[in-house]
Design a protein around this ligand. Sequence first.
Ligand code: TYD
Ligand code: MG
Length: 474
Amino acid sequence: MGRSTPFYACQSCGAQSRQFFGRCPGCGSWNSLVEQSNPAADGRRRRAAPVPAIGDHAVPRARRSEPIQSVGERPLQRLSSGFPELDRVLGGGLVPGSLVLVGGDPGIGKSTLLLQSARALAADCSVLYVSAEESAQQVKLRWRRLQQPAEGGPGEAGLQLLAETDLELVLQELEALRPAVAIIDSIQALHDAELNSAPGSVSQVRECAAALQRLAKRQDMALLLVGHVTKEGMLAGPKVLEHLVDAVLTFEGDRFASHRLLRAVKNRFGATHELGVFEMRDRGLAEVTNPSELFLGGEGPCAGTATIVACEGTRPLLVDLQALVSTTSYASPRRTATGIGINRLHQILAVLEKHMGLPLSRFDCYLAVAGGLEVEEPAADLGVAAAVVASYRDLILPAGTVLVGELGLGGQIRSVAQLELRLQEAARLGFRRAVVPRSSGLAPVAAALGLELMEAGGVAEALVAALGVDPAAD
Ligand code: TYD
Ligand code: MG
């Protein structure tokens, strides 16, 4: 593209085009193309790194490879953030030299989480907290509010604060200070004065993150970047940042509830889909060590409620599902699902209609997961089916029952991963009966846990076992 040719860049995925589109041809997001007046000026001039093209391999001068056995191994000395929940999501603590992106909606508590972690990290190593959004005074105020009783404890000594938005100055400070951990809050608020584009645009975010990453790798510094989520629920410039960083954590929660969920969606140093649960209090975030209690409705017996054991990473969670099934007064029935994919609900309703003969297409169906949790795994299917059928028949599931199983399109109950772990959690919380897929091989485990295990091969069999009556019989 020539110097004077205007072009457009997508603010979400970074795709460029000469023509304006209302919808980005690259990632499909709407109204994300912004005119970039001069591509040459918008590109980087200072710390230019060649962008490797596909198939563009540099010709090696000398042999640099070595047998994998002789590659030296450095033991990973992970740093603790002071929050076992955060450490677990990171895969056991913060790895020195790693780059971690923490994303989430504005106001969800990212700054609070990282400031509290900075305090604990600073007890062991030097930490620089770069605040690009709030003034030093504002951070100090928050710091006071978060202050734990041991004021002036070891945590205070190693923590430096810099309120700055200019990338160059941040880099200089990092080079001068050489902290073991640096926190950038947020990457979107930093700007590189040598680029024409506005702070927060894709080219700014990419360049700032890349410059920070190069410095972090050189100095073996762990870097935590805060990133905001856009209206569409994506990290700004997601494609640009996600491949660059070692781990992507998302911090999410219900605006109306005080609990917050921290998840790893990418992690080069640990498992993904680990879940950490926090609660926002008036003196900052506190860990929730028994999250199952958060997602159990606790309203007592109620028609249309079923309990499942969801598994987030290695952590089993007991979660209540509620369904409301009522005769429709519309031409086509209404279906809404909160916390579960609507397509999954449609599929489960179709299976119940076909394999149990329930005329659900004449009924509205609303489904909600308690506590604002998003349950993605198919192991929730059987619980959804039980909640729907219980509401349809106005039945209350016997107290202390959990259901775990994936529903096949043929009405069969499929096995699920980590069933033993789920049963242990159910038993720990006082549940007495579990409906699970056939041939689980867990009868001895269940007996030891004091759980009555009901194995079922098909949906009808499972629901009869769970409800104690045949819901399809008139
Ligand atoms: P913040 O960490 O600033 O969010 P983010 O950096 O993700 O934008 O958190 C802001 C919210 O948290 C704000 O609405 C006030 C609330 N909060 C508390 O309830 N208790 C506290 O101790 C603190 C520091 C914040
Ligand atoms: Mg913030």
